[in-house]
Design a protein around this ligand. Structure first.
Ligand SMILES: *[C@@H]1O[C@H](CO)[C@@H](O)[C@H](O)[C@H]1NC(C)=O
Ligand SMILES: *[C@@H]1O[C@H](CO)[C@@H](O)[C@H](O)[C@H]1NC(C)=O
Ligand SMILES: *[C@@H]1O[C@H](CO)[C@@H](O)[C@H](O)[C@H]1NC(C)=O
Length: 388
């Protein structure tokens, strides 16, 4: 009896510790099945594919100071690791996932199909649309069993280039032209996710777009000074509003087994650019590496004498549109373990362990995101959303 009681109290103590310890700290692979990670999208999730498509032998992301913090410029847009590297680490994938286009890559724990400059629409130069990435996956699909694909994680971040290019080509587009464009982008995104689903993928992690108007390269090009360029933020918000409902629709099909979660990257970035000191980023309105008013252009270019900040970890942006390794690590933690204000209807960890073939019981809800609740009681202070 006494033994049982002490076990119960130990369990209780562990539970309490777990609750208060929560979720910023995660341990590699702990209690998580060995599944694969597949990434799709643009430079945010490209672990080196661009090198295999580009005729440029001096791609900036393969040159110093990219990869500087790990002494290894390897085609990733950061001073070190990027989000898929950290997620791979949490999933106990040795050495992370390789670029799918790399000949002879070890594909046993997945691959990255994302390519810098990728878009959803159009025909990006020396890159691939999301649709072409999915076709590539289809060509290689016999490298993995159906069961394994069904259990594995499919992460998508794409759309930035669609909207940056649209805004450049149509600076005076009115509201209805903008709406029509967002609709065609998100319809194609839905189509491509549907294709992956028809190929056997069932666990999707889709990130909302960043507040594009706050990227240093955008502030610099549109000369907004310390402000964000609102028209691009508005486009990103319109895009983001559609993601959850599209995924809900897939997930609500009876016996479909479609599972997903959505990261509110938009507000996570906005909080960090507005209250950067709260998040211990000394600078969040200009880049660590580059030239120009916001130090946002030309990092890694052989013909540009770009400046490099002294301490990368105090910057939120490494180059004009990509985050430092420190910020990427934080974002990976948000994906893996943040609360419903940031990622919903579940965390990536919960998504990995969610039984396959089962339908989700909770769905994405618009009102859960970016709502800043005033604490009603001291208990509400336990909601750590301000830290996310
Ligand atoms: C491929 O990587 C896995 C771990 O991810 C490892 O167990 C396996 O031995 C590797 N295969 C080869 C051929 O190197
Ligand atoms: C695995 O993918 C490679 C491309 O990396 C492809 O050449 C090969 O045919 C695939 N293997 C199988 C068994 O499908
Ligand atoms: C960034 O913010 C700092 C302080 O908040 C300000 O001094 C600086 O001028 C801003 N940089 C730009 C490029 O607007």
């Amino acid at each position: 009896m006494a033994g049982k009681f002490s076990l119960v109290s130990v369990m209780g103590a562990l539970l309490v510790l777990t609750i208060f310890h929560d979720p910023i700290i995660v341990y590699a692979g702990q209690g998580v099945p060995e599944v694969a990670l597949f990434t799709f999208g643009d430079s945010y999730y490209d672990v080196g594919n661009k090198q295999f498509l580009s005729s440029n032998k001096n791609l900036p992301q393969t040159l110093w100071p990219y990869g500087k913090s790990r002494d290894n410029p390897n085609g990733k847009f950061s001073d070190g690791y990027i989000v898929p590297d950290f997620i791979g680490e949490f999933m106990a994938i040795p050495n992370g996932i390789p670029p799918a286009l790399q000949p002879g890559a070890n594909l046993s724990r997945g691959a990255s199909f994302a390519v810098a400059d990728a878009s959803i629409l159009g025909a990006p130069k020396e890159s691939m649309t999301l649709n072409q990435q999915v076709s590539k996956f289809k060509k290689m699909i016999t490298n993995w069993t159906d069961d394994y694909i069904e259990k594995s994680l499919f992460m998508i971040y794409i759309g930035t280039d669609d909207y940056l290019n649209f805004m450049k080509a149509n600076p005076t587009a009115d509201a209805s032209a903008q709406q029509a464009f967002v609709t065609s982008v998100t319809n194609q995104l839905k189509n491509d996710i549907g294709l992956l689903y028809s190929l056997g993928a069932s666990k999707f992690v889709v990130s909302m777009l960043a507040p594009l108007g706050c990227l240093p390269i955008v502030r610099q090009e549109y000369k907004t000074g310390n402000d964000c360029y609102e028209p691009l933020n508005a486009l990103a918000r319109q895009h983001n509003e559609k993601i959850g409902p599209i995924l809900n629709e897939f997930a609500k099909k009876p016996n479909g087994g479609f599972q997903f979660t959505v990261l509110d990257f938009y507000n996570a970035v906005l909080r960090r650019t507005r209250r950067n000191h709260n998040y211990r980023f000394y600078v969040a309105n200009s880049s660590c590496c580059g030239v120009g008013t916001h130090n946002a252009y030309g990092c890694g270019y052989v013909n540009v004498h770009s400046k490099l900040c002294e301490y990368q970890r105090s910057y939120f942006f490494f180059d004009g549109r990509h985050n430092t390794e420190k910020a990427q690590e934080e974002i990976a933690h948000l994906l893996y373990g943040a609360n419903l204000n940031v990622i919903q209807p579940m965390t990536v960890r919960e998504l990995i362990v969610f039984p396959v073939k089962e339908n989700m019981r909770e769905f994405w809800e618009p009102n859960k995101l970016s709502v800043r609740r005033r604490p009603r009681s001291s208990l509400d202070y336990l909601d750590l959303s301000a830290y996310y």
